[in-house]
Ligand binder design. Structure first.
Ligand SMILES: Cc1ncc(COP(=O)(O)O)c(C=O)c1O
Length: 468
């Protein structure tokens, strides 16, 4: 999983007066900023890098220490140095403050439009919570969540996502990543210590596993979703998937693969973790039901309000097989105790009043228009560009011409005022090569902005093509 020395491409100029340590620092800093060294990537040991560069080890150790202090790198006790997972947005967003001023269109896919947050309905739900909340709702002891919210969620998830559950199998959390970290620890301690993740896949899943020091490997994704044959050839007993709308390719896990995946989990006495992050946004038809509905004893279902409402709400949930409930709750008690009872009571009212359904109806329409705007801009300015995936979620996956350097496209587009995001961000380090692609979010991008942004992108690509 480590970055090899060739990929680092550090070249020292010994004729320069600048000290070697400063040169190494500059090179590594640039590699992190440009995304060439992706977040979570493991660096070579200081000894290996020093040998490769023909310098003393102390110089490399000092350079690593400096970059750890600056937040670019992270030292993991006994396990080497990695690129700080939290460096992602900084690296891609703010190489200099000048650039930020000049950004006209940002195709960031990680957030919904925060301006659409239903403030009035949320305020009503907060007031109702204060009136209806029981004293026990804010006591210690509701580790898995307050009863009213778990009942409301069981109803909502059964209705909207065909999740098969009762309230006692639901654990309320602060979002997907929180739930994922908790359940990963529980599964690891049950002896299932090798995880499979989608490649390409959601980067924070990998960083979570890195930080928990859980071994994991990438499994290819094709037009039908994760390659279950490839998964079977591994020793993994936990697979993390995004079946409704694969992140980032946008494909749906086919019915056949769903059954294969569940059979695999049974055969290895393992589990599938279903990340159902944006399934409520499907624009051409009703979304396919959850994977969990097919095998409630083998699938851990995780949902979140980060895409549907706003990430700052920090609310999510997992639906777990009964065998895991007690262990999860025991771990939860020492982690953060529980999710705020006041937030939960508010959200329960929001669900019961039908406010989430109303918000989804309204925002689905907005995002559909924005998606159509982006697709129209792509066919206008980049008619040969191939997009992948279904009409859903908040991002579009766009293939670039073979041989294009994604990072160069990103850098040049940013310099021209348009921020786009490379497939590289979603790749497992040292995975097999894939054709270059971009992941373009449209949650906060109007059709006019898409038109301007894609026009710039087309100019950048034409310019690069002409130079080749
Ligand atoms: C694939 C995927 N899963 C989950 C999430 C949400 O995570 P959280 O609920 O921790 O905010 C995101 C957000 O970008 C995502 O892209």
């Amino acid at each position: 999983m480590g970055t090899n020395l060739r990929e680092l491409l550090i070249e020292l100029d010994r004729s320069k007066p600048r000290r070697l340590r400063a040169q190494i620092e500059d090179e590594l800093r640039d590699a992190v900023r440009s995304g060439r060294l992706p977040p979570g990537a493991a660096l070579p040991s200081s000894r290996a890098l020093a040998t490769d560069l023909g310098i003393t080890r102390g110089v490399v150790v000092d350079a690593y220490d400096q970059l750890i202090a600056e937040g670019y790198l992270l030292a993991r006790t006994g396990a080497g140095t990695i690129v700080n997972p939290a460096s992602r947005r900084d690296s891609l967003e703010s190489p200099t403050s000048q650039r930020i001023d000049r950004i006209d269109v940002d195709f960031y896919g990680g957030e919904p439009d925060l301006e659409l947050f239903p403030r009035a309905a949320w305020a009503r739900a907060t007031r109702a919570a204060m009136q209806t909340m029981t004293a026990r709702d804010i006591a210690y002891g509701n580790v898995a969540g307050i009863p009213t919210l778990r009942a409301a969620l069981a109803d909502y998830l059964g209705r909207v996502r065909r999740v098969d559950t009762t309230p006692d199998r639901i654990v309320v959390t602060s979002g997907f990543n929180h739930a994922f970290n908790l359940v990963s620890e529980v599964l690891r301690s049950s002896g299932r210590d090798l995880f499979a993740v989608e490649d390409p896949g959601y980067d924070l899943t990998r960083y979570g596993l890195e930080l928990l020091r859980i071994r994991h490997l990438g499994i290819a994704v094709d037009h039908d979703g994760i390659d279950v044959d490839a998964l079977r050839r591994t020793q993994a007993r936990v697979a993390v998937v995004t079946p409704a709308h694969q992140s980032p390719t946008g494909v749906v896990l086919t019915a056949e693969r769903r059954h294969e995946l569940i059979d695999w989990a049974g055969a290895v006495d393992g589990f599938v973790i279903e990340d159902d992050y944006d399934a409520e946004y499907r624009y051409d038809r009703r979304p396919i039901g959850s994977l969990q509905g097919l095998a409630p004893d083998r699938v851990i279902y995780i949902g979140t309000m980060s895409k549907t409402l706003a990430p700052g709400v920090r609310i999510g949930w997992m639906v777990v097989p009964p065998t895991l409930v007690d262990r999860l709750n025991a771990l939860r008690r020492v982690h953060d105790g529980s999710t705020s009872g006041i937030l939960q009571a508010t959200f329960a009212n929001f669900l019961y009043n039908g406010d989430l359904d109303r918000h989804l109806r309204r925002s689905r329409h907005v995002y559909r228009t924005r998606r159509d705007g982006l697709i129209a801009a792509l066919s206008r300015w980049l008619p040969d560009a191939e997009t992948q995936g279904i009409a859903a979620g908040l991002h579009v996956f766009v293939n670039l011409p073979v041989g294009t350097d994604e990072i160069e496209v990103v850098d040049r587009a940013v310099a021209a005022g348009v921020r786009v995001y490379p497939l590289a961000q979603y790749r497992v380090p040292n995975g097999p090569p894939l054709p270059p692609a971009l992941v373009l979010g449209y949650g906060s991008v109007t059709p006019d902005q898409s038109d301007r942004g894609i026009r710039v992108l087309a100019d950048v690509l034409a310019d690069l093509q002409a130079r080749r």
